[in-house]
Design a binder for this molecule. Structure first.
Ligand code: DX5
Ligand code: ZN
Length: 220
């Protein structure tokens, strides 16, 4: 799955920017509060407008403090998947259960230097694991390859039937880096600048998808 991030879109023209990525599997929406990360983007009212403007499933990535307070609202609004950060709460299970009870898939995200081992036990409470491959906060940064070890580790557990999870990666994904992520067993690829920085975003989404398909074919 390819999930373009609208962080790199023109926020004054979101409706047309959403049309420009028709054919995408998810649309990735980065919510930042200027506390958990040193940047501020958008919140629930804008997500509600996005939900009205597109049929693409909305993948909310909450880079915010206090997700227990805010995450369920995004699920109630109709987001398909709501992901919050492991580093932002002492009670990730409760947040995941509240998101699921409000009707969305629940996702857990880990920053590049956050180990995954402490969370393996609770991943059964989640539908998505979002592995950050840049420090959260800004688009256009370089891919950090060592995070792929975490993706591989969780992929093995999924393949062994111990977990059911979408393994998603976010940060620095482009035509040069997507193959190594696909080889690591990632299912869903977020791409912001690599998609919206091109003249034909929908064509770029398709080109990224073809790269992943080629890796999958060569693995058979
Ligand atoms: C960064 C965001 C990403 C961002 C990725 O904190 O979570 O979703 O949009 O941007 P690129 O693909 O440009 O690295
Ligand atoms: Zn993101």
């Amino acid at each position: 799955m390819i999930a373009p991030s609208i962080l790199s879109a023109d926020f004054a023209n979101l409706a047309s920017e959403l049309k420009a990525i028709e054919g995408s599997d998810w649309v990735h929406v980065d919510v930042m509060d200027n506390h958990f990360v040193p940047n501020l983007t958008l919140g629930l009212p804008v997500v509600q407008s996005i939900l009205k403007a597109t049929d693409i499933p909305v993948d909310c990535h909450l880079m915010i403090e206090n997700p227990e307070r805010w995450a369920p609202g995004y699920a109630e609004a109709g987001a398909y998947n709501v992901t919050f950060h492991a580093e932002a709460t002492d009670n990730p299970i409760a947040v995941a259960r509240d998101i699921r009870a409000a009707g969305a898939k629940a996702g857990l995200s880990v920053k590049p230097n956050t180990p995954i081992e402490p969370y393996l036990e609770i991943l059964r409470e989640f539908d998505t694991l979002l592995v950050m491959s840049v420090e959260p906060g800004f688009g256009g940064q370089s891919f950090i390859a060592h995070v792929l070890d975490k993706a591989k580790q969780v992929r093995r557990l999924v393949d062994a039937g111990e977990l059911r999870l979408v393994v998603e990666i976010d940060g620095g994904i482009n035509m040069d880096t997507i193959e190594q992520a696909a080889e690591a067993g990632v299912d869903c690829f977020v791409a912001g600048s690599a998609v919206y920085g091109t003249a034909d975003p929908a064509a770029t989404v398709e080109a990224l998808r073809q790269k992943v398909i080629a890796v999958e074919r060569s693995a058979v």
